[in-house]
Design a protein. Sequence first.
Length: 370
Amino acid sequence: TEEHEAEEEQPAVLNESTKRIQIFLRIRPEVKADNYEIDQEENILWVKNHSKTNKPSYNRFKFDKIFKDSSEQWPIVEKCAYPLLHDLLGGDNSLLFTYGITSSGKSFTMRGSSKQPGIVPTSLVLLFETLANNFHPNQRLNFKPINFNGLAGLSKSDQLFESKVKQRLFDEIQNIGEINREIENFKKFSSTLLESYFESHVCPLRGELDANGSTTAGLWVSYWEVYNEKVYDLLNPGNHTRRQSTVTLKSVNSSSNDKIFIPQGLMQVYVNSAEEALRIYLYGQENLKKHISSTALNSSSSRSHSSFNITLVNSDGHSAIVSNLSFCDLAGRERTKKSLVTKTHLKEANSINQSLLTLGQCIRSLRATK
């Protein structure tokens, strides 16, 4: 939050009776403390309005929860992501996205660092530890998810093809030293996290899984980005001889019979562990670097929106439930006159701002829907 940004629009806060989304605020450490005040009990942010008059005034912003600039990663994971893991295991679909101006800490909150892992790595640890008893060693499932909430059968040759695709991907990932170093830190983090939160957080999730009568679980991940209004597969990035191909959007009906649009032909990788899933996530992050540029506001500004998607199939041997959890890291909103971008970067900024404007319109529509 910055004072000149906060004045522009109020966050879409819904009444409890019609709430479809929750909005959380994380204050970044660099924000001057005298520019705002927090009512922690009511979760209200008062932002000082720097007007030319001598009389001070404040803009009021209401949130579901406000995290101070001193907040560590875990409280944010616990409040924002943990309930969505519960929903995923219960067969529901969820989305968590980070939104804000450029250089406001969105990617740090989502990915974190080696010392402070963010929402995605921590969620993977909790999820896979919960599913540990529902995975069979080296199991090959004869199906895979398609079209958001459907399943497709796999023949023996299909299973072999899926295994070869996965092996080629991991062979490429294995050669990236930065990912290997981060995985070593991740292993230490996982052990420490589970020592602290196994009883309080993993066990309740396992209870949710047992309540559904699930005996077998399969979990797939995919990763894609939207750049200049085109969709790209971050797990199939192309190379020096082949350009990265765009992904088309397909219109399908969801389980509630609503029309939705999903990326068609994305690479979905079956994963057996949190480490495998994180390797794929980090690989996609490496490919995201193709669309990171320096601006006057941020030396490493993401120029695209990205979504890391987890698809879980729970089966009791007779039927199966498909559920999805998406972690979306939106590109930072920016004013072009302050970021000083030109030419290609100006087109990128305009695409970013237009897509975020559309997102705001969607949220306002949700607020108006009874």
